[in-house]
Design a protein around this ligand. Structure first.
Ligand SMILES: *[C@@H]1O[C@H](CO)[C@@H](O)[C@H](O)[C@H]1NC(C)=O
Ligand SMILES: *[C@@H]1O[C@H](CO)[C@@H](O)[C@H](O)[C@H]1NC(C)=O
Ligand SMILES: *[C@@H]1O[C@H](CO)[C@@H](O)[C@H](O)[C@H]1NC(C)=O
Ligand SMILES: *[C@@H]1O[C@H](CO)[C@@H](O)[C@H](O)[C@H]1NC(C)=O
Length: 440
């Protein structure tokens, strides 16, 4: 990282910083940091890779020895609000609090938004390619705090929905710049100007140098993967070729500037009507009309793993719990089998949400993953949607909850974390440390 002479010259200063860093790491769970954080005071983490249908943890490369790899099955969660809350300044300790609570439940991956587009005091991208540096530092903070708690982040790069700007904001920017998009059905996926905005955004994020650690995001092991978009959907089936081309182009673009991190699309897992017989697995006919297709959209080489969401309650509102669970089982099986046999890639359930029946819904998918993991197959993990901490209730939706207010759910989550870690040779062994709740 540093050349030798620099290390020598900086030696006395580094000594002091190391001590401060040590104090920070050991005694400071909340304090906002103004000091640079020294990378070697943060936990060592390897990068995550993919071997066939499994996530693997690549050991820190040591000169002269081949990189060893260990299987990694994921138990994790979503907290989309980290950037927003971190940008609020005063209350950013809640991000650290949530990460600590997650780690206490044995969770290892958190999915969160690395975007907020448009006008507003706390938005990251104010105009195309124009950033609020204070908010960028807030994202730096989220990444350092994740590393400090040994959590890896899946960072989503734009929203399909209008919250935090999303693709509608990109279209608006293009129109304001004089681009006529009225002839296009879903211009975000097909207009050249807008694609250029998106690429410039992605490049700014991926090549960002963290202001606290000096580590580029593209070299930060606490980033698990880049997600191209949260829940891409088209306005109609007719835009599905444009969506497919967009995914191909953007995944290749991310890989061209970052070869170390995994890339995923951000799909909900719906099947297009062209996708063998599997569209019968969709929750309704509407799902095949969104222009996405789990198989086709996940198949290209630059997409490292496939994602699935699951909201049986809102997808099939007329169903009772028994019917929901039956449906969810089939939905999960179909995707795991597709990952194993068709895509030959890991499949991560990146959003699973339930209401009063949350434990039953979660356990249904947890069991599928555990069974798949025991066979070393493609079902690679679940991220619950979504966890809050006290004081951030404003980010709530009907599926959000403060986990520790539901002891049975907490227990279920911790049990899943630990049984995945306990699979023989399941070797998250490499990540076990004195604070691991499954082994302490
Ligand atoms: C992938 O996993 C298999 C089975 O564990 C192993 O034999 C192989 O060496 C791994 N591939 C790479 C590139 O490490
Ligand atoms: C935009 O393009 C459409 C069709 O391509 C055309 O009918 C319309 O007049 C254009 N609008 C402007 C403001 O140029
Ligand atoms: C379905 O497949 C056919 C033949 O490959 C193709 O022409 C058509 O555009 C596809 N439809 C959709 C909605 O992807
Ligand atoms: C970690 O791996 C070692 C060697 O493979 C094994 O002996 C040990 O039981 C493992 N520990 C856990 C907690 O799985």
């Amino acid at each position: 990282m540093n050349s030798k002479w620099r290390e020598k010259r900086l030696y006395p200063a580094l000594g002091i910083f190391s001590i401060l860093g040590f104090l920070y790491l050991n005694f400071n769970d909340h304090l906002d940091f103004a000091l640079p954080v020294l990378v070697w005071n943060l936990p060592k983490m390897g990068f995550v890779g993919v071997n066939y249908t499994r996530f693997v943890l690549l050991e820190q490369e040591t000169p002269g020895s081949p990189a060893a790899e260990k299987n990694l099955y994921v138990n994790g969660w979503n907290s989309y609000w980290f950037l927003e809350e971190s940008a609020g300044g005063q209350s950013r300790y809640r991000v650290s609090e949530m990460l600590k609570r997650g780690a206490d439940m044995g969770l290892s991956v958190c999915r969160t938004w690395a975007f907020s587009d448009g006008a507003g005091p706390n938005t990251l991208q104010i105009k195309p390619g124009v950033f609020n540096e204070r908010v960028f530092k807030a994202l730096d903070y989220v990444i350092v705090e994740a590393r400090r708690h040994r959590i890896r982040l899946i960072l989503s790069l734009v929203n399909n929905l209008n919250n935090f700007g999303g693709k509608a904001q990109y279209v608006k920017w293009a129109e304001e710049a004089g681009t006529n998009v009225s002839s296009l059905r879903d211009p975000f996926f097909s207009d050249r100007t807008i694609k250029g905005y998106y690429k410039a955004y992605v490049k700014a994020i991926v090549t960002r140098k963290n202001s606290y650690t000096g580590v580029k995001y593209s070299e930060e092991p606490s980033i698990f993967a880049w997600e191209l978009m949260n829940e891409p959907r088209c306005e109609s089936v007719s835009c599905s070729p444009a969506l497919q081309d967009w995914i191909t182009e953007m995944a290749a673009f991310v890989k061209s500037i970052d070869q170390r991190h995994l890339v995923t699309v951000g799909l909900e897992g719906f099947y297009g009507s062209n996708s063998s017989q599997n569209y019968v697995m969709n929750p309704g006919d509407w799902a095949a009309s969104l222009g996405s297709d789990f198989i086709q959209n996940s198949a290209m080489k630059d997409i490292d793993f496939a994602s699935v969401h699951a909201y049986p309650h809102s997808w099939i509102p007329e169903a009772n719990l028994e019917a929901e669970v039956k449906y969810l089982s089939k939905w999960a099986d179909a995707h795991i089998i597709d990952g194993q046999k068709v895509l030959k890639k890991p499949v991560l359930f990146t959003e699973v949400g339930g209401l009063h029946d949350r434990d039953v819904i979660l356990k249904t998918v947890y069991d599928k993953i555990y069974e798949s993991a025991k066979r070393r197959e493609a079902g690679s993990g679940v991220l619950v949607w979504q966890l809050l901490t006290e004081g951030v209730e404003e980010y709530s939706d009907e599926f959000s909850f403060i986990a520790w207010k539901y002891p049975s759910t907490c227990k279920l989550i911790l049990e899943q974390s630990c049984r995945l870690k306990n699979i023989p040779e399941g070797s998250t062994n490499g990540t076990i440390h004195h604070k691991d709740p499954c082994f302490s």
